[in-house]
Design a protein around this ligand. Sequence first.
Ligand code: SF4
Ligand code: SF4
Length: 394
Amino acid sequence: MVIIHSDIGLLDRAYGIVSSCDRCGTCLTVCPLFASDGVERTSARGKNVIVRAIAKGILKSEEEALKALEYCLLCRACVEVCPSQVQTDEAVIYARQYLTEKTGGTRIKYRLIGQWLGNRLSVKTTATLFSLLRRLRMNKLFPPGWLPDEYLAIVAGPAILGNKSDISDLSPRRMEKVAYFEGCGMKLFFPSVAHQTKRILASTSEKLKTPNNFCCGLPLLAHGMMADFIRLSEKNLAIFSDVDAVITDCASCGSTLKHLGRFLPTKEAEAFAQRVMDVSEYLVKVGYIPQSKDMGPLTFHDPCHLSRGQGIKWEPRKLLSAVGDYRDMEGSNICCGGAGSFHLDYPDTAQRLLEKKKLNIEATGAKMVVTSCPGCLIQLSKLSIPVCHICQVI
Ligand code: SF4
Ligand code: SF4
């Protein structure tokens, strides 16, 4: 069943959230966009004022309001520090949906991306094409200048380390019915990481299911396609209805699936969300013994959707401390600038955020940076330091 949100309902929801904002300004100290631009409307406080002004009919230009609200990483740094617990990211999603509908619907590029991600066959076909491009790239068969470097790095895959060949059976096996949720980012750009995650999960469970799931829907939710997001979510609910745990190695998918009940308030969605786990959360819980050793100095970049979206911070560190000289990074949980399509829509800001991340990584003396979200992997791989998904080093 698809829930159709009325315009009034959407704006009411957004207004209901932002009306708790007392404009204290605490969020200004942590918003990466405010730090980068120094402009009030980029902060949570500024965005909340915009939502209020739209709801009260003071701000008339819906296009301008949408433009301002689209400029948000949805990183939840503001939510984490807000004394009034204002969920600005959620308000932004509702307000974007409302304003998108008011201003003639989702923009064509997002609509095309949404339709493409909503179709498993089109994602699979593109993944096969990307895989071919990666092979051509590896064999240096791309004609020079055929694709600009920034696009080549995305479609043909960034340089990341390979997989371990052996995973021994030292970790205890569980009887639970465990399923792997494979995000589109993994399918398209990091199939070798997905392969490695499945091998690890297969070593800790009696029977691992790897169903052909749909996109988690986050890109649709973020860009004014809430009804399509809900349609995809309902299909995924049916696919994973008979398993005890749904494990993902994508922080963005994990956070979206765990918070499904916010947008699809049904018992089934709530029960499903309870069964979703990030791979590091699951592996620590089941007592997985990391297989690598002596990986040298390494550090961890916390994806926003892992540290704040799911509250998972120590589990990756526990696993990484077992495989190498783990070093904590200052600002490890500050957005790297990837943020879904943000780095494509606002490349200059994304680059500024990446430059700050680079300095923090360098200050640790680490020889490798590890993370657990395909969006962060793509963004961080623009740096010269090796970048890995956590499942590639444990
Ligand atoms: S910290 Fe919270 S209450 Fe304070 S201005 Fe920001 S969103 Fe509003
Ligand atoms: S979600 Fe992130 S980018 Fe958006 S207002 Fe909050 S801190 Fe700023």
